[in-house]
Design a protein around this ligand. Structure first.
Ligand code: NAI
Length: 330
């Protein structure tokens, strides 16, 4: 008989949900393997190196509302993996940047965004560059076929990939209704280098801006306003509408469109460094959530992810935690 690598639980996706679930299960003595198609883990809590600079091009910050996440963030802060970010906030009104101060506590990974993933994965077995093509029922077990043709088996499977990818790999199961209920939108991200401070018409300076009523800008962050970051990079996230409209455009074309809009808005000279398309960035309707932020497909097959739980980093964390608790309860 052919011998396959077997785990108690296989988790697909090494973003915050998958890593959190893995940590919780492993603490309870369950053998867990996490698979991710990418070269890195941490999902959209992503950090990239380019031209000698290191910066966050995925999630820009996160907030805390739930007590369970608060406890985790406090221990990540104490261990040096997360820190508070206190930007001079702005927003857009009539397409113009204006000051918009508030008292919301916002956090970032330290020294970079991927540190929260590192904090959650310190003793976890993560197999990167492993793209799951299909999950098949196999008696009481599951068999996972990777695009490399490698095969893995498990007693239990947790899928934390974005919804479209989840539906594609679970074709042997009944998940169509999840696919139609939980769509995800893209986010085009452009990284610019800017030498001057960002100012509004009243002379106020900005570290970050929400998009407000702007048709293109959804969030703008000045990287070196976050603790520990050195680069002169500014990360611009486009709105879901704009990103969807330009979904298939060339990254070079996106860079030029965003650079032009940015330098016109802030009257600064900018250079576009790169553009990245997050194909599955955020739930189309974050208010639609699954019960407890998770979904049980069959007794030992579970689905988790931020898109089932409001679309925030905290949702990803809690969804992973809930999934692990349900798996343990069986
Ligand atoms: P939060 O509590 O700081 O902000 C929530 C929302 O309130 C913001 O989207 C913004 O519209 C508004 N807001 C808050 N403070 C504001 C201020 N000072 N001035 C003007 N408007 C303000 O953040 P929360 O709830 O933790 O959400 C995370 C953020 O990440 C949200 O903005 C969300 O839309 C965004 N997000 C972006 C994704 C992307 O792909 N670009 C994916 C997932 C979330």
């Amino acid at each position: 008989m052919e011998h396959h690598k077997h785990s108690d639980v296989l988790i697909i996706g090494a973003g915050i949900s998958g890593l959190m679930a893995a940590t919780k299960l492993q603490e309870s003595g369950i053998s867990v393997t996490v698979l991710d198609k990418g070269r890195h883990y941490g999902g959209r809590m992503a950090t990239r190196a380019f031209d000698g600079a290191i910066f966050d091009h995925g999630a820009q910050f996160f907030t805390v509302r739930d007590h369970r996440f608060q406890v985790a963030v406090e221990s990540a802060v104490a261990a040096g993996f997360v820190t508070q970010w206190k930007p001079n906030m702005g927003t857009f009104q009539d397409h113009q940047p204006i000051a918009s101060p508030d008292h919301q506590a916002r956090f970032v990974g330290h020294p970079y965004m991927n540190s929260l993933g590192r904090f959650l994965s310190q003793d976890i077995e993560i197999q990167t560059e492993s793209r799951v093509q299909m999950v098949e029922p196999n008696g009481d077990l599951f068999r996972l076929i990777l695009t490399s043709q490698e095969t893995l088996t498990a007693d239990c499977v947790l899928v934390t990939a974005p919804v479209d990818q989840m539906v594609a790999m679970l074709q042997h199961f009944d998940v169509e209704q999840l696919g139609s209920r939980f769509a995800m939108d893209p986010t085009w991200t452009t990284v610019l280098s800017v030498e001057e401070p960002l100012r509004g018409s009243a002379g106020e300076s900005f570290d970050a801006l929400f998009g407000g009523d702007h048709p293109l800008f959804d969030f703008i962050a000045v990287e070196n306003s976050k603790p520990g970051r050195q680069s002169n990079f500014i990360v611009v996230h486009a709105t879901p509408e704009w990103s969807t409209k330009h979904l298939e455009s060339d990254p070079a074309e996106i860079s030029e469109l965003i650079r032009e809009a940015f330098s016109e808005t802030f009257q600064v000279t900018t250079q576009a460094r790169l553009s990245h398309r997050w194909r599955y960035a955020r739930p189309t309707n974050p208010k639609v959530t699954a019960q407890k932020g998770i979904y049980q497909v069959s007794p030992n097959l579970w689905v988790a992810g931020d898109y089932l739980a409001g679309g925030r980093v905290e949702g990803a964390y809690l969804s992973g935690l809930e999934a692990a608790e349900h798996i343990l309860a069986r």
